[in-house]
Design a protein around this ligand. Sequence first.
Ligand SMILES: Cc1cc2nc3c(=O)[nH]c(=O)nc-3n(C[C@H](O)[C@H](O)[C@H](O)COP(=O)(O)O)c2cc1C
Length: 281
Amino acid sequence: MADPRRELAGLLADRFQDAGELDTSFATEAHVRMAAHASIRTWADRPLPTGMLETLAAIALSSPTKSDMQSRDIVLVTDPARRAGLAPLIAPDAWIAAAPALLVFCGNHRRQRQVSEWRGVPFANDHLDWFFNAAVDASIVLGSFIVAAEAAGLGCCPISQIRNRAQAVSEFLELPERVFPVAGLAVGWPGAPGPITPRLPLSLTLHADRYRDEGEAATRATIDGYDHWRHQRQPYARQRRVRDLGVAPFYGWSEDKARQYSVPERADFGAYVRGRGFRLD
Ligand SMILES: Cc1cc2nc3c(=O)[nH]c(=O)nc-3n(C[C@H](O)[C@H](O)[C@H](O)COP(=O)(O)O)c2cc1C
């Protein structure tokens, strides 16, 4: 078996241009698997074993949860007819329709309000914090599910597009008041391994003892460097919004992200969340 310390060092060097100093002496196979994460959008023609998703969900739901409130749920959509109904509400992408399972990770603030009412105790926290708590709890479970599924050899891809038509998805899934989708997750056996997608350098995203802002010029130079480093490894296959913004002579991560958010996306999400019964003040 390969040495996990060397494997981990290799994977982190593929992911971060400044991984050279990282200590991997404690590495186990579990760390290697986590560092090898790649989102999967192609599926092998192989059924998921009965009960596997339920067990993975139970593992994911074992994650830490804010104040032990457990304000998150998972909806497993595996029935072919239900998947066929849900997929087009998320997005027209073929890989979503083809996924053997679609999971929906939901924030759930309904139970907290119910227990307050059932115990005859006023709920004195009707403000943004409870939307945030439920969204964070759901996100933690999403991340844990991915780790657990990848450890079992499955491939996954989270889907924020599920919030593009949040109201339609909520009606389809019959989500009650104060329950909302945070993200979808396509799950299946991978059709092919995914590439290791480079991340921003640790010098920018990992801070020691206090936040270190190197100033705009230095940060910009670091991001330019990342753009070029990443381009050598994994160039973008296509440019976004060429009709409006033209063809960029160099198209890196920062150009892609700037273009991605040059058009409004889910501008109605706040209204949807308020309509679900949340106050966001
Ligand atoms: C919360 C969340 C939502 C995401 N939504 C989508 C999505 O709607 N469509 C998609 O193709 N990928 C989606 N992704 C996957 C990201 O694009 C992917 O994680 C990122 O490009 C990095 O690639 P990697 O996961 O292979 O390292 C999402 C990821 C997260 C964490």
